[in-house]
Ligand binder design. Structure first.
Ligand SMILES: Cc1ncc(COP(=O)(O)O)c(C=O)c1O
Length: 224
């Protein structure tokens, strides 16, 4: 079962701990293997908190796969930086899994690029650099959180309703407004606001000086 560990893309709707526990029971009962995709650690509730569900699942089951991407949280999108972690029930299973993974890697790319991993290794091995990264990441996280709050507030005022309040509760870079593709086209053509056709928007792209304009534009294309 493929799961996003935090900051679900495209919806921004994350599970809470109680829901992760329910999911763990389901995975156990159905004997399913989880494949956790962790691409936004540090963008949701914080570096540690964003891995809480993942820890619960991987500690509670004999086998799991975790794909970690550092593209976003280290700002190295074009370096192809990440890792696959495969957990086996015992040593023999882990060895067998490793040989399968190596066989697949050999067939796809053979040798991974090294530059992004070398940058990450350098940062993580030097405490002052790591500490600076943690501070910068937290700055980015709280900025997105603030934009979510501001946008939800302005939308409440512009639309006179609470239908976009979910933006404030959701996490990470993305949310889906839930408006039609026609409304998305009107936003683009009339207001020069760009998002994908299914109304997924990038909250990190909003600034304090334009958040009110974005809210008013959304309200206007909806006819509020
Ligand atoms: C949930 C999720 N996983 C993985 C990726 C891609 O990661 P990478 O840039 O390491 O290929 C993305 C988006 O870029 C994503 O949203």
């Amino acid at each position: 079962m493929l799961l996003h560990a935090c900051c679900h893309n495209p919806t921004g709707a994350d599970l809470n701990l109680e829901q992760w526990r329910t999911l763990l029971e389901l995975l156990r009962r159905r004997r399913l293997v989880p494949f956790l995709d962790l691409a936004y650690q540090g963008f949701g509730a914080g570096l540690d908190a964003d891995a809480a569900g993942l820890r619960l699942i991987t500690e509670g089951l004999p086998e799991s796969l975790v794909a970690v991407s550092y593209s976003k949280n280290l700002g190295l999108y074009r370096e192809r930086l990440g890792a696959l972690i495969v957990m086996g029930e015992n040593d023999a299973a882990a060895q067998a899994l490793q040989s399968q993974v190596l066989r697949i890697a050999r067939g796809i790319y053979s040798m991974p690029p090294d530059h992004g991993a070398a940058i990450a290794a350098h940062i993580f091995a030097h405490p002052p650099l790591r500490a600076a990264w943690v501070i910068e990441l937290e700055g980015m996280r709280t900025r997105i959180e603030a934009m979510r709050g501001l946008l939800a507030g302005h939308l409440r005022r512009s639309t006179g309703g609470a239908e976009f309040d979910f933006l404030e509760d959701q996490r990470g870079m993305f949310s889906q407004l839930g408006v039609s593709s026609d409304a998305v086209a009107r936003l683009r053509e009339r207001h020069h606001i760009y998002m994908v056709g299914d109304s997924r928007m990038n909250l990190a792209g909003i600034m304090p000086h334009n958040v009110e304009y974005v809210a008013e534009s959304i309200a206007s294309v909806l006819g509020a």
